[in-house]
Ligand binder design. Sequence first.
Ligand SMILES: Nc1nc2c(c(=O)[nH]1)N[C@H]1C(S)=C(S)[C@@H](COP(=O)(O)OP(=O)(O)OC[C@H]3O[C@@H](n4cnc5c(=O)[nH]c(N)nc54)[C@H](O)[C@@H]3O)O[C@H]1N2
Ligand SMILES: Nc1nc2c(c(=O)[nH]1)N[C@H]1C(S)=C(S)[C@@H](COP(=O)(O)OP(=O)(O)OC[C@H]3O[C@@H](n4cnc5c(=O)[nH]c(N)nc54)[C@H](O)[C@@H]3O)O[C@H]1N2
Ligand SMILES: [Mo]
Length: 643
Amino acid sequence: MGRRKREPYVRLTQPLVRDAGILRPASWDEALDRAAEGFRRNIAAGGANAFGMFSCARATNEMNYVAQKFARAVIGTNNVDSCNRTCHAPSVAGLAKVFGSGGGTSSYQEIEDADLIVLWGSNAREAHPIFFQHVLKAVHRGAKLYVVDPRLTSTAKWAHRWLRLNVGTDIPLASAIAREIIHSGLANRSFIERGTEGFEEYAASVEEWTLPVAELETGVPAELIRELAHAYARADRAQMSWTLGITEHHNGTDNVLSLINLSLLTGQVGRYGAGLNPLRGQNNVQGGGDMGAIPDRLPGFQDIEDASVREVFDAAWGAQIPPYKGWNLTQMLEAMERGDMTTVYIIGENPVQSEADCEHTVKRLSNLDHVVVQDIFLTKTAQLAHVVLPASAAWCETDGTFTNSERRVQRVRKAVDAPDGARDDIELLCELARRLGHDWHYDSAEQVWDEMRSLSPMHRGMSYARLADLGGIQWPCPDEDSLEPTYLHARLWETDPVKRGRPAPFSVLRHSPPVDELSPEFPLRLTTGRRLDSYNTGVQSGGFSSPLRRGETLDLCPQDASDLGVVEDELVQVSSRRGAIVAPVRIDEGLRPGLAFMTFHFPDEVDTNVITIEATDPVAGTAEYKAAAIRVDKLGSDKLVNH
Ligand SMILES: Nc1nc2c(c(=O)[nH]1)N[C@H]1C(S)=C(S)[C@@H](COP(=O)(O)OP(=O)(O)OC[C@H]3O[C@@H](n4cnc5c(=O)[nH]c(N)nc54)[C@H](O)[C@@H]3O)O[C@H]1N2
Ligand SMILES: Nc1nc2c(c(=O)[nH]1)N[C@H]1C(S)=C(S)[C@@H](COP(=O)(O)OP(=O)(O)OC[C@H]3O[C@@H](n4cnc5c(=O)[nH]c(N)nc54)[C@H](O)[C@@H]3O)O[C@H]1N2
Ligand SMILES: [Mo]
């Protein structure tokens, strides 16, 4: 509660095992034996799908490759996933549905060369500052930046136009833009005919979103909607980038599809400079997915349900990969509650503080017979574990590769030694594999990489030597002579129908407002997100003290604060239908009345995810972190929830 400050977490250097309810230090052999034995016991009792793995999107491609191979080849399950589920799974699902692959389409150089950039639901200045440098270069060259965000963020302050929409009204806004483009004769008819399908039905579906109707629903003035529609359709090179303002909704995949529709309508994809780019979250969440640390894809984004693909992996790994998709992270949590999943191996994730409605997550994890956590810190999640394995794979302590949002694979090299007592993530996976009857040894990250690229056509031409020479290579790179692709889906512009292949489908979408409804009891909309000064659940950033560190706050506009009779820094109770927390107020002129904002960066002080809602996207499994209904009470008020 309140402003209690925690000490920085201390790096884990000693394995721990739980005895009589208490975590105690153990030798490596004891901890690894115990971890392996628990997996064996649960699989014997409940089958391979009693096991689940959360893999680490901060760790290297090599570590993610070995982690998913462990789940599939050693345990025999596809139940492997990562934090991609909490952020960009809807982007991957939407892009894969329309184009067949889930990556962003453009290179960062193309951002600099664009003449119009839309940042939709993205606070790139704070969350993607390196990418934002490319945006600023374009802006300084004269490109127009449009920002679509309910808050006046520090990103929006750089914009030519800021479209302040109401939370959860992205589909109405995108539909009104589409309607305006169609009615003004700006749709790219020849592209639509050549490269897409389903236009007529789509055009009919956006008819209801006239500018006045959309203005009412979204809160964006009709004139601004019209301006963006015309600018986007007329631009030579328009870039559409989005992040969690789009994806972290109960209909995140539909939101993503609504933006993809706009690019198909105008032909703003598949050409140099025009594109669709989800800015990925953690440093290697793109790579983690590409390596197969997701339940429906093998390394190289290859379909788990394709028998000819599985055959290749089965032969290489001496495995029998289940022919069906595994459970994603959201489905694994549900399976834990049902009792179908009884053991989990968590590598570098902190779900106890990052999942929406996190008290529910704690209950689900507490249900399990056997929890193994491999992390660099003793997180709140690790504190629930039966075995804790200290990893040393923090990015500067290991060799390997990462893949960024422009699909570029880059080498990272060990710069500092890990603390004594911690061990490399890959080495730990091999130790466990050996205890479960698989004689795994890797001498180097390069050996892992070469095995992976022998199995993944889109990585095949990326040797470490080439990666070093070129300073990084974008996928797809099928052979050692492949040149940089820079952008994807040029096929849509082909005139030869055979080369063009499958057309890109338009999606018919319906507006679906946030699940957590506003009511007299919960009258304020809370949206959650990030600030420049901290990182996710704060494990790696939360303990520092600096003048920059504000700690958690409940941000309100001046009018709401005055209506509630609260002032800056005053502690208030914030409650939702899930629970209640206490946080200090911060007044933010960039919010409009009825909208509040919090981060989730300081959960040991203020546990924001106690009040967020678990309503999830049915396709991608991502939760609606961006829209909860809350009430705010002065402390001492008789309406306080006992908690
Ligand atoms: N400094 C810092 N950088 C980070 C991180 C961090 O913790 N700290 N985390 C990393 C990770 S894991 C990720 S996934 C990325 C996330 O990067 P972003 O997605 O850019 O970050 P958020 O602040 O979560 O959300 C972006 C914006 O969505 C807006 N928004 C909320 N609701 C809506 C809505 O209904 N519609 C629209 N259009 N917008 C809405 C919010 O006001 C917010 O400004 O950042 C990465 N970078
Ligand atoms: N309210 C709210 N909640 C959110 C979001 C939101 O916008 N609002 N966003 C969601 C999003 S987008 C994300 S991505 C999640 C993030 O959720 P998590 O991934 O659960 O949170 P992190 O704080 O990033 O935890 C990373 C963990 O990895 C460990 N780690 C780092 N490097 C290594 C390594 O090399 N090896 C090993 N073994 N461990 C390592 C760190 O010590 C830390 O414990 O949070 C989600 N939660
Ligand atoms: Mo994320």
